[in-house]
Design a protein around this ligand. Structure first.
Ligand SMILES: Nc1nc2c(c(=O)[nH]1)N[C@H]1C(S)=C(S)[C@@H](COP(=O)(O)OP(=O)(O)OC[C@H]3O[C@@H](n4cnc5c(=O)[nH]c(N)nc54)[C@H](O)[C@@H]3O)O[C@H]1N2
Ligand SMILES: Nc1nc2c(c(=O)[nH]1)N[C@H]1C(S)=C(S)[C@@H](COP(=O)(O)OP(=O)(O)OC[C@H]3O[C@@H](n4cnc5c(=O)[nH]c(N)nc54)[C@H](O)[C@@H]3O)O[C@H]1N2
Ligand SMILES: [Mo]
Length: 765
């Protein structure tokens, strides 16, 4: 129970089991089954007649961008549709016919709703109209748009300093909405702009800026066709980026190889039956992974070091490194080699837990190849040494000269569909001097010069009453952030919490003293003004900016677009007394784009350039231009091995996604590829460890973490024997977020340690 402001609301819902069924994990991804499941979800939520025409517009040039992941669209989309099973589920979730209306909020008190599971809360439907929860009240009540903007303005004006407000962003917003939101936060006077990427790819951003000079990846989609080796590290594309499997298939068909590094042998990486091709639907599909390296959780640095040590030894007899590239473009090679020499092969082998024969196969493959792509996601970023994990991947690419040429490069696979764009247009807690100078020139006000709060610091500030108004442009902060109870208490201490959302979620139920829910249009919906449908723009995982235009009629007539809402708040706050014309900007997206281009040069003329499949933003790595880095060179890094000091009975737990969820939105209860059905409160464990701790299949256990003398408990999980390295556990997020202390995060990036939480297991009595 979280009860900071006298409301007894539950931050995790009532804990109950839903009826587990186990099958053997699947050996291939997609195929007919994926098409079937996709259609089941859309038919059920959206109705049959709306489903197929809408799906056919997803990720098409004249259509809307998938509200799921950020994987790019090919130049020539498949005739069978350019969407995947989980994209269809994301659409079904947004375009559901169910509604959370005024009657719903009259019927259920906050306390009652908070007992529901995240799955039940999410399935209640789209929010129909703005709602307010007044101080000491138990139920949300309807409020007009105008009044809700005035409430926000009133609470913002009461603050002692602009730094008492926090402006959170989740990565679904468009470039236009995010630009306007960032502009308002700065005009208001704060850089307190935490965003979901703080919990996600921030480690990638930090590592890539320091080593290569840009916080984004360097590959383009076409590079997968040319790549000789694609390494997929700490990422589960079959579930989280299913359209990436088509790119891997192309690589394989052109004679390339795929190496996967993951504690789990994820089905999606084993074999792929492409649902967009007849061969995939009818025949056995394509085997994807050539070599699977089942690394222990957070031992990727040890494994990569061992691979590079063995390559370095080969290099002494015949060149396997690209010495011309190293000489011309890099700094720190000698020091890197000397550092690598300090580690013994035996120690590295023992730590990573992978069979030496598999490592030798990988070394033999890499030795002969020059065009290598390294892809990664949360399996690398969400550890204490998240930044160094990624730097070690960069080291490998530098040794092989695998940057700035076709078929090679870095590929951090982004999460939310526009998380990268949001950052490009100014959502960040740190200070960008050039951006601030340009804001001064274009809008004639001075943006604040002091670094703001990221996610971790925002939670602490709310806890300490240093931040009192929390506004969220999308997302589900309480369930996404770590240390759920602490975060819930932090939000409840605020004077006002505001959520601009499409669907009901737990954060709406853990309110400040007052709370607002402002319902907004989803990606798939028409954003109409004067009878024309407006378009917005987004940036995909590979730095390409393109348009997105909804096609469905909005789920309610009382929704506003995100730019309209942000503009509405700004207008109410400034009331005409500001150098920016907020009301013009909120109505006219072309004007936002014009100003965005004036402030951020790479977005100049975005209205025109974003047509069709869009345009690439500049990327110095593609040009091999490292002039902004020390000595004008790409940087080798000396990374150390992480240390966990586990005691005899402690495990490392990774909190991962099931096949039926998008972050905190739970689509369903099945993790089909892993063979786990109808239950989320499960923990995957190695059979040897089950023997060691006298655990039986489906035993009920509590997971317990203990950091700095504080005990945190995630209750009631069913034990599932699984092919996972000894000493490692896997369970789903967000249920396990209660275990992760708010002050345990990656060095430099502050990304919570969601993939390496030290826990013990206790049998429930
Ligand atoms: N359908 C769907 N799509 C999504 C999302 C979703 O929830 N659902 N979320 C979106 C978002 S925001 C993001 S950030 C991405 C997330 O995409 P992923 O990063 O693929 O998501 P996770 O489930 O967190 O998976 C992490 C993978 O890393 C592995 N792993 C964990 N720890 C380690 C480790 O120490 N070393 C290595 N080598 N591997 C490890 C796990 O076994 C798992 O396969 O997906 C995006 N797309
Ligand atoms: N333990 C653990 N914790 C994690 C992770 C993990 O792997 N393990 N992953 C982390 C990662 S990678 C991320 S990115 C964060 C995600 O953190 P968030 O982005 O905050 O969370 P989401 O669940 O994606 O947010 C879902 C909500 O967004 C709203 N929404 C959906 N579409 C729209 C839209 O178009 N506009 C608006 N305004 N609102 C919309 C809906 O109301 C929905 O309930 O969680 C992080 N937390
Ligand atoms: Mo993410």
């Amino acid at each position: 129970m979280a009860q900071e402001n006298n409301r007894k609301v539950s931050f995790e819902g009532d804990i109950k089991f839903t009826g587990i069924k186990l099958k053997t994990p699947e050996v291939y991804a997609a195929g007919f089954k994926a098409v079937k499941v996709a259609l089941q979800h859309t038919f059920k939520e959206m109705g049959v007649s709306r489903s197929l025409p809408t799906l056919s517009h997803m990720n098409q040039k004249d259509g809307f961008d998938c509200p799921g992941c950020a994987w790019p669209d090919p130049e020539k989309p498949s005739k069978l549709g350019e969407y995947c099973e989980n994209g269809a589920k994301a659409l079904a979730e947004e375009a559901t016919l169910k509604q959370v209306d005024i009657n719903f909020f009259e019927k259920y008190s906050l306390e009652e709703l908070s007992k529901w599971s995240d799955f039940e809360i999410g399935k209640s439907g789209r929010i129909e109209t703005p709602m307010i929860l007044e101080e000491n009240c138990t139920h949300y009540k309807p409020i007009s748009w105008e009044e809700s903007f005035n409430v926000i303005a009133e609470e913002l004006k009461k603050l002692n300093s602009p730094n008492e407000a926090v402006f959170y962003t989740s990565g679904r917003s468009s470039n236009e909405a995010a630009f306007l939101y960032g502009l308002f936060a700065r005009a208001f006077g704060t850089n307190n702009m935490p965003d979901c990427s703080n919990m996600c790819h921030e480690s990638s951003g930090v590592a890539l800026v320091e080593t290569l000079g840009i916080g984004k990846g360097s590959v383009k989609l076409e590079d997968f066709e040319d790549a000789e080796v694609v390494m997929v590290i700490g990422q589960n594309p079959g579930t989280n980026h299913p359209r990436m499997l088509s790119a891997l298939e192309k690589c394989k068909n052109n004679g390339g190889h795929v190496v996967s590094i993951n504690p789990l042998e994820e089905a999606g990486l084993t074999r792929f039956k492409n649902p967009q091709e007849v061969n995939g639907l009818l025949f056995s599909g394509t085997a994807l992974t050539d070599i699977h390296l089942p690394v222990k959780i957070n031992e990727d640095v040890a494994l990569l070091k061992l691979i590079m040590k063995k390559l370095a030894l080969l290099d002494t007899s015949e060149p396997v490194f690209d010495h011309d590239f190293i000489n011309k473009y890099t700094a720190g090679y000698e020091s890197f080699l000397a550092h690598l020499n300090q580690f013994s092969e035996e120690e590295l082998l023992k730590r990573c837990g992978v069979k030496e024969s598999l490592i030798n196969q990988t070394v033999a493959l890499l030795a002969k190849k020059k065009k290598i792509i390294v892809c990664w996601a949360m399996g690398l970023t969400q550890h204490k040494n998240g930044v160094e994990n990624i730097k070690e991947c960069v080291n490998l690419l530098l040794l092989k000269g695998s940057l700035g040429k076709p078929g090679a490069g870095t590929c951090p696979v982004r999460g939310h569909s526009n998380v990268q764009g949001d950052r490009s247009v100014g959502i960040m807690h740190f200070v960008d001097k050039e951006l601030n100078n340009n804001i001064k020139k274009v809008f004639n006000f001075s943006a604040p010069q002091e670094e703001g709060y990221d996610t971790v610091k925002a939670i602490e500030a709310m806890h300490e009453n240093k931040a009192k108004v929390f506004i969220a442009l999308g997302g589900n902060f309480v369930s996404a952030a770590s240390d759920t109870e602490y975060t819930a208490n932090a939000l409840q201490k605020c004077n006002l919490t505001v959520h601009i959302s499409t669907k009901l979620n737990r954060s709406h139920l853990i309110p400040g003293k007052r709370a607002l829910i402002l319902p907004t249009l989803g990606r798939s919906e028409q954003d109409k003004k004067d009878n024309t449908i407006r378009f917005l723009t987004v940036e995909n995982s590979m730095g390409k900016v393109h348009r997105t235009k909804g096609i469905l009629p909005p789920s309610s007539t009382n929704l506003k677009s995100e730019p309209e809402i942000v503009g509405g708040i700004a207008n109410a706050y400034f009331n005409g007394n500001h150098s920016v014309n907020w009301s013009d900007l909120s109505e006219n997206y072309d004007l936002i784009r014009e100003k965005m281009g004036a402030v951020i040069p790479s977005f100049n003329k975005v209205s025109k350039k974003s047509e069709g499949t869009g345009y690439y933003l500049p990327n110095n790595v593609r040009e091999l231009d490292f002039s902004k880095l020390p000595q004008g060179k790409a940087q080798f890094s000396n990374c150390n091995l992480p240390s966990h000091e586990l005691s005899e009975n402690e495990f490392l737990l990774m909190s991962i996604r099931s096949h039926d969820q998008f972050n905190t939105t739970i689509y369903g209860l099945n993790d089909r590829y892993r063979g786990i059905y109808n239950e989320r409160r499960i923990v995957m464990i190695n059979e040897n460890d089950m023997g060691k701790f006298q655990l039986k299949k489906l035993d009920k256990v509590n997971l317990i973490s203990n950091y700095d003398g504080v005990t945190r408990i995630a209750r009631q999980f069913l034990v599932i024997p699984y092919k996972i390295p000894k000493g490692n556990l896997a369970a789903y997020f967000p249920e396990t977020n209660v275990l992760i202390p708010h002050n345990q995060f990656a060095d430099k990036s502050y990304t919570p340690i969601s993939k390496s939480v030290k826990v013990t297991i206790e049998k429930c009595s």
